[in-house]
Design a binder for this molecule. Structure first.
Ligand code: NDP
Length: 403
């Protein structure tokens, strides 16, 4: 029985709060704060109608550390779950330290003025959290999040060592829009337009964004083009699975998405440096976000499935030589919408956020300091995925990916 404060009332926050309300034995008292209180109220109303559970709401600027610290002290939660944007990670960690409360998020900190995806800034909080006897859990979404838990589950149950790891993220959903992103457009486009990087023999190999493409036949979706990208869990996986020779991350994009993105890039609309417009400074990518559909609005029209998983090759635990396993989840956009009013990209992030919070609140995952998902026993998390709407499957493949 625990009190939790969720910060951020977007698609991911909405799913997480709905799923917390569906698990009242763990989340007995739910509070939701975000920049725009009306969005918190809309989520609270949906939760009340679907579950009968009351959620308290607040307006807060999570970059204002004194105000946030005061709000945390006033509410007195056992855990703060940060589902706002990566820009707010450090200020929310600061407020948690000041108020003496545990912290969790789903995406690593990014400075606003440069698209750099690194755990360094948050890992630097290690001593402060440990000395305060507090726990911070980083990256408890799907990717990062479940993808790291999948790798650790394979390492616990199937493979003694992981030699190569490929994370495959496929969104086979169709929202009927010419161009839209499935989560925060600014964060999504920053990620997609950043150079690709993969881990090879102890070093990062950088290639230009969206230049390495392969085709893969995804169960439940069909064949899709996927592109090599950098994704933040590669950094923590390389750290916690040190024997890994190669780790790569792939994400599918349709031709229409790529064409739109190419044009937007060519005309400068994805720039994150300020430009003067009508005597005022604007960031082109933030302006673009304002004219694109809100990801949360895509729910009612999106159909199709997502399929996200890990393919790992290494020495089998049972001594039978080198083996390859594929562990993955398939999630249906319409089912996700029916359950929480949000499409599957928010669902596949919000459910693991709720599970990560449950791991911390129940004490299944416990420690003092700053932790990544790879550092805990994957079994209780994997069990909750099955029970909470993201069932996974594992199968043995004939061999590693041929590319
Ligand atoms: P949205 O843009 O839909 O929601 C973000 C919310 O945060 C909005 O309600 C926004 O308020 C609020 N917010 C922004 N700035 C502040 C601030 N300064 N103070 C308080 N609240 C603020 O994003 P999503 O729900 O799609 O994504 C949420 C998070 O989840 C992001 O960090 C994203 O990177 C992460 N994510 C992680 C994934 C994973 O698998 N690990 C996958 C997808 C997303 P307002 O409504 O006023 O703008």
């Amino acid at each position: 029985m625990s009190k939790v404060l969720v910060i951020g009332a977007g698609g991911v926050g909405s799913v997480a709060v709905h799923k917390m309300a569906m698990n009242p034995g763990i989340f007995s008292d739910i509070h939701l704060a975000s920049r725009t209180r009306s969005k918190c109220d809309a989520i609270a109303e949906s939760v009340r109608q679907r579950t009968g559970v009351a959620v308290a709401t607040y307006a807060i600027d999570a970059e204002d550390v004194p105000a946030l610290t005061a709000l945390i002290r006033q509410i007195g939660p056992k855990l703060v779950v940060n589902l706002a944007l990566p820009y707010q990670d450090l200020t929310i960690m600061d407020a948690c330290l000041a108020a003496g409360v545990d912290y969790m998020d789903t995406a690593n900190y990014e400075p606003k003025d440069v698209a750099r995806f690194e755990y360094r800034w948050q890992w630097e909080y290690q001593d402060r959290f440990r000395e305060a006897g507090l726990m911070a859990l980083l990256g408890s979404g799907f990717d990062p999040g479940v993808t790291s838990v999948f790798a650790m589950w394979l390492k616990k149950h199937k493979l003694k060592t992981i030699r190569t790891l490929d994370i495959l993220d496929c969104n086979g959903g169709d929202h009927g829009q010419a161009f839209a992103t499935n989560f925060n457009p600014e964060i999504n486009i920053r990620e997609v337009t950043a150079p690709a990087r993969h881990w090879l023999n102890g070093a990062w190999v950088e290639t230009p964004a969206m230049t390495i493409r392969e085709n893969f036949d995804f169960e439940g979706v069909g064949p899709k083009n996927m592109y090599l990208m950098y994704h933040e869990e590669l950094e923590s996986l390389a750290r916690f699975i040190p024997e890994m020779e190669r780790a790569r991350f792939w994400m599918t994009f349709g031709d229409a998405y790529i064409n739109h993105l190419t044009v937007l890039q060519n005309v400068g609309m994805t720039r994150i440096d300020p430009v003067i417009y009508n005597g005022q400074e604007i960031i082109p990518l933030q302006f673009l976000k304002a004219v694109l559909p809100e990801p949360a609005s895509l729910g009612p029209t999106t159909h199709g499935k997502t399929n996200i998983g890990d393919i790992a090759t290494g020495e089998a635990l049972d001594g039978s030589g080198e083996k390859t396993f594929y562990v993955y989840n398939i999630c249906d956009h319409e089912d996700a919408f029916h359950e929480t009013g949000n499409q599957a990209v928010s669902y596949t992030t919000g459910v693991p956020a709720m599970i990560g919070a449950a791991m911390m609140l129940t004490g299944a995952w416990r420690g003092e300091g700053v932790f990544n998902m790879e550092q805990f026993d994957p079994d209780p998390f994997m069990a909750m995925l099955n029970a909470q709407g993201l069932p996974w499957q594992v199968k043995e493949l004939a061999g590693p990916l041929e590319f």
